[in-house]
Design a protein around this ligand. Structure first.
Ligand code: ATP
Length: 310
């Protein structure tokens, strides 16, 4: 349905995207992940045609989006800062305006808007102008407008920002339902790995404007470290162990210092045993030693930190 081909975009001297390519099929839910400044918003804004790029192209149903006359009818977007809604209108007026603009009948629009308002917990704020709503409710209004006209492709840039846990749960259900039942495709950026893990089957990871991973979320998890060991040692033991770890696990662990601790990330627990044995052999007694499993979120952040520092 959507095909992004070797997209490159610079803001002056700042290269934001470099040869970014990926595909999105109807009914797919794909996450666009990456650290701050990796190019996620630039990608989404390019697909929304809010930006011009220097190289590459974007095709929607095999048609170049810059040349298609009705492309915009088929997309819905939630952009940072709730920019897709008029703050002088209520949430439902906004949603109805977009639905009608996209050719949805009044009856169908009313039915969908009423259902989504209930699901998103917006019904009680129906008569308030969006500009007067709280940050979380403004985000709900932005989601309502993007979802109400049931477009073929939805671009959600940080959709969970400001939402309470209950609404995040509802949003997960809405996205899964709509992609399954209406065959809508979703491209979602988020720093919330738990949210992404629940709804997306595929992830694309950007780093410094380049795609560094594209594929199954399970396979991505397998690439992540699963354990961390934290050690507190007195000098000069701390420098001695750094040398040992670099030699022993050059590709399987990395070191960072935080609160005078040495943090080692491991693929599997037995790697920690080897280091503990080495400490015993050297008669080094740590001031503190803990081994903890890493959450997917922390492990993923570790992967990004390594790429950023590479
Ligand atoms: P975040 O997670 O912080 O939202 P992001 O992955 O969405 O980040 P982008 O906003 O796409 O990243 O930014 C990619 C790069 O382009 C960054 O280096 C950023 O500083 C730069 N950039 C983005 N917008 C502009 C702009 N309007 N002018 C100049 N540089 C920009």
């Amino acid at each position: 349905m959507l095909s992004v081909n070797q997209l490159s975009k610079s803001y002056g001297d700042q290269q934001a995207l470099q040869d970014v390519s990926f595909e999105l099929a109807a009914g797919e839910r794909v996450a666009l992940l990456g650290a701050n400044g990796s190019g996620k918003t630039t990608t989404i804004n390019s697909i929304c045609r809010l930006l011009e790029w220097q190289q590459g192209n974007i095709l929607f149903e095999q048609q170049d989006i810059t040349k298609s006359t009705d492309y915009m009818r088929h997309i819905g977007a939630v952009l940072g800062g709730c920019r897709n809604v008029n703050w002088r209108l209520t949430a439902s007026q906004n949603a109805e305006y977009f639905a009608r603009l996209h050719g949805t009948s009044k009856k169908q629009a009313f039915k969908t808007i009423t259902r989504l308002e209930e699901q998103l917990g917006l019904a009680q704020y129906a008569k308030k102008e969006v500009g007067k709503l709280s940050t979380g409710n403004k985000q709900k209004a932005a989601l309502l407008s993007a979802l109400a006209h049931q477009p073929k492709l939805l671009l959600l840039d940080e959709p969970t920002l400001g939402l309470d846990i209950q609404t995040v749960d509802e949003l997960q259900k809405i996205i899964i339902e709509q992609s399954n039942e209406l065959n809508q495709a979703f491209l979602i950026t988020s720093h919330d790995m738990a949210f992404i893990e629940k709804i997306c089957t595929r992830v694309i990871v950007l780093n410094k404007g380049k795609v560094i991973y594209s594929g199954d979320i399970k396979a991505l998890k397998e690439q992540l470290y699963h354990f961390e060991m934290r050690l507190k040692l007195t000098p000069p033991d701390n420098t001695q162990i750094e040398g040992h770890l670099k030699e022993l696990w050059p590709n399987h662990s990395h070191l960072s210092s935080e609160d005078e601790q040495i943090i080692v990330h491991y693929d599997s627990p037995e790697q920690a045993f080897a280091t503990i044995n080495w400490l015993a052999q050297q008669a080094i007694v740590p001031l503190d030693l803990t081994i903890n499993p890493l959450s997917v979120e922390t492990a993923y952040q570790t992967l990004l930190d390594q790429e950023v520092n590479a």
